[in-house]
Design a protein around this ligand. Structure first.
Ligand SMILES: *Cc1c(COP(=O)(O)O)cnc(C)c1O
Length: 353
């Protein structure tokens, strides 16, 4: 792998800095290009510096692009671990197929990531709850205004030291059920981690924030009845001792944290089902006292307890507004594997030396 070095390294945020999410970027990035003639080529690690693009480049007009999100963690023995990267490469190629972007060789992306992580190793933050967020992205780079799949793409990976996703850390989040806008439809792009999905969700997000909520809880587009997800997190409910998460019907992003939680729950013998669940069922359970816990799962927020849900102007408190035992168990299990403080029976830690 070609490495282009910087003359001078950037200043890193000091230990103890409130990193927030996605404000700082490291010294280097990985890039590779695609053309019809050469396929994926010119893979290299180079200084993370601004690049310039012609304003007629397709990506600025039609958002033919996809991304991923994963994290690297400093281990107690000084090595670096990435959580299940193979899952992310596989999902990224599924997103690519949906968006008419050519698939890439996962081994090459992995080699690029590991080379990049070694060069930027000192950027991995060590304060509790922090990690190095990894953002692989593919964008179309062809200069053309016709609406067609292109033959020119750029794959890049940038890195960002991050703290907790929500400003209030692990405090339970407040969600508002969205019954006007929709995030995704069956047959649409909700299953793909593609750029436009997030632009389309911002209006609802803004309105939720204005009302004092952290995030939007999306319902299905057809009937506005079934719970889908949160837009950066998949949802779980604990009802009468059973864990329920919405089934992957085609409009929900298949989260890797979700998949990991399902496996941990099944292995611990906790009853868990993937099925359609209506917002009415969730709120009826809250009213009769059987809704024990609700939480969201995602790389950025890890496992995030939900303390309150608002639906049609009524507020429903969940689990006394506190983190429940199953949420806590999953948080401890997943973060224990990620930070190397617990055994990894599944082989989910990929160690980079
Ligand atoms: C990325 C993402 C998630 C979480 O997926 P993870 O693989 O667990 O990080 C959930 N919903 C949406 C819409 C997402 O983009």
């Amino acid at each position: 792998m070609e490495i282009v070095r910087r003359q001078q390294l950037k200043e890193k945020p000091a230990k103890g800095t409130q990193l927030g999410f996605g404000h700082y970027f490291t010294d280097y990035m990985f890039t590779m290009k695609y053309t019809a003639e050469q396929g994926w080529h010119d893979a290299k690690v180079e200084p993370n510096e601004p690049k310039s693009f012609d304003l007629a480049t397709s990506i600025f007009h039609y958002a033919q692009g996809i991304f991923e999100g994963m994290k690297a963690f400093r281990q107690p023995d000084g090595t670096i671990a990435v959580f299940r990267p193979d899952e992310n490469w596989a999902r990224m190629n599924r997103s690519a197929t949906r968006m008419c972007i050519p698939n890439f060789p996962a081994e090459l992306a992995e080699e690029g990531l590991e080379t990049l992580l070694k060069l930027d190793a000192d950027w991995i933050p060590t304060d509790p709850g922090t990690a190095l967020y990894i953002r692989p992205t593919i964008v179309v780079t062809r200069v053309m205004l016709g609406v067609h799949a292109s033959t020119e793409y750029l794959f890049f990976i940038i890195l960002s030291p991050v703290g907790s996703y929500y400003a209030h850390g692990l405090e339970p989040t407040k969600l508002i059920v969205e019954d006007k806008y929709t995030r995704a439809t069956i047959g649409g792009t909700g299953e793909a981690k593609c750029l436009g999905n997030y632009a389309a969700s911002m209006k609802a997000g803004e309105e939720a924030e204005e009302k004092g909520f952290d995030q939007v809880l999306w319902l299905d587009a057809n009937e506005k009845k079934y719970v889908e997800e949160v837009g950066s997190m998949n949802m779980f409910f604990v009802i009468g001792g059973e864990v329920v998460t919405p089934a992957l019907v085609g409009s929900i992003l298949p989260g890797i944290t979700r998949k990991s939680c399902l496996q941990v729950l099944r292995d611990k013998g906790i009853p868990v089902t993937e099925r359609r669940i209506s917002i009415d069922e969730v709120l009826a359970a809250q009213k009769d006292g059987s809704l024990d816990e609700a939480f969201g799962t995602g790389t950025a927020a890890v496992i995030s307890p939900v303390g309150l849900i608002r639906y049609k102007d009524v507020d429903y408190t969940i689990g006394g507004g506190k983190m429940g035992p199953i949420t806590k168990m999953l948080y401890d299990t997943i973060t224990g594997i990620q930070y190397g403080t617990a055994p990894d029976p599944y082989g989910w830690r990929k160690i980079v030396r």
